[in-house]
Design a protein around this ligand. Sequence first.
Ligand code: B12
Ligand code: SF4
Ligand code: SF4
Length: 381
Amino acid sequence: MTTEQLKQDIIEYSKKIGIDKIGFASADVFTELKERLKQQQEAGYQSGFEKGTITERTEPRRLVPEAKSIISIALAYPTQIKDAPRSTKQTRRGIFARASWGIDYHVVLRERLEKLMEFIQERVPDVTLKSMVDTGELSDRAVAERAGIGFSGKHTSIITEEFGSFVYLGELITSIPFQPDAPVEDSCGDCRICLDACPTGALVEGGRLNAQRCIAFLTQTKDFLPDEFRSKFGNRIYGCDTCQMVCPRNKKIDFHLHEEFEPEPDVVKPKLIPMLRMSNRDFRDKFGHIAGFWRGKKPLQRNAILALGHYRDQHAVEELIAVMKDDPRPEIRGTAAWALGKIGVDEAFKAIEVAREWEQDEHVLFEMEKGMEFKTKYAAQ
Ligand code: B12
Ligand code: SF4
Ligand code: SF4
């Protein structure tokens, strides 16, 4: 069988197993990306979630010495929830970003890549293959761009012609010299809607992100959230979709091609108050299968508290007081104290005053002080 025939067979097979887009790229060094990564590192714009050294990230043959080509895959995910529960004054809800709807995409794409690997191995038994989804060294986007899956938007996501940017990416490094596909000739042109819409100014220029200011990153940190970002989160519990939702290339994009990615309405738009004191077990039962769970319970609970503060939800006061008093984690106690102050009812201020008497942690005490400052602020209004 010729390499070209095998390529066609793989393309054919990929459609049968629910891969929405597939492309082939060379395994040559990613020279432009290398420069970019160095600049990002020097500027302090990386998130810290990237795996491997810059050399490993840009030289596929460091990972697989026999590498000749890389197969890139994309799976589309939905953007709308059918019968979404509403967040009401009585019952406030948070929101998980769309990339965390349904079953964790790492699991789903890995399973597709496994099938692709078996298919290739049956035909080329001595082939070398290595699959990656998100957590590997390679830049999934740079691979996808080279393989003609889509172009790199100013919001930094890969935009496909058919599915907009709402696609997950993964790849297979192979020792087979497949003929590469051509990159897509397209661009954002003069548009800069996403740059202007980003709530934190994280898109410092078209195609360049300061991850340290990106809400998608900040929702995943485990520490106290810096003050300047607290008013920017809204009800986000995990991730951020703003730059993609405003993008004209994503207008009317809503693909429901995979059962696995169908959102469970009450999971991806959860009630906020019950999140605050959930046991580890209940938390895992409810959220353990979605992508947003990977950093554990603490960041999600911290964000739920911030969301209650954002809504100034008086129904949450009792629960927040309990958290401020009893939670063993300073970040959670302190954020609850801040949120109580933000809500700003007498009962909340009184509870902060009482808790201040015995609180030992410096950071929590500082948050309590900030919480009390709302009293003066609101009185002056
Ligand atoms: C670290 C990381 C993050 C960080 C940093 C994101 C970033 N923009 O760099 C944080 C936590 C903020 C994040 C957030 C999100 N992420 Co993320 N993330 C990653 C991860 C692990 C590495 C990305 C990375 O190395 N970035 C460094 C930059 C420099 O490189 P890059 O974006 O990979 O590649 C592009 C640039 O280098 C650019 N480039 C290179 N040279 C030059 C030169 C010039 C002049 C220009 C203009 C551009 C340019 O071209 C490359 C191709 O587009 C990848 C998985 C992976 N292993 O690749 C997922 C990944 C990028 N994330 C993904 C997703 C879905 C998201 C979110 C949408 C999730 C959400 N809803 O909250 C947000 C989007 C935020 C945003 N605006 O990017 C998808 C993207 C799918 C797509 N269609 O593009 C990926 C590929 C995961 C996956 N396998 O599907 N993520
Ligand atoms: S994900 Fe949100 S915070 Fe990050 S660049 Fe896009 S709009 Fe800005
Ligand atoms: S909003 Fe405009 S500039 Fe931003 S990625 Fe979409 S098309 Fe490009």
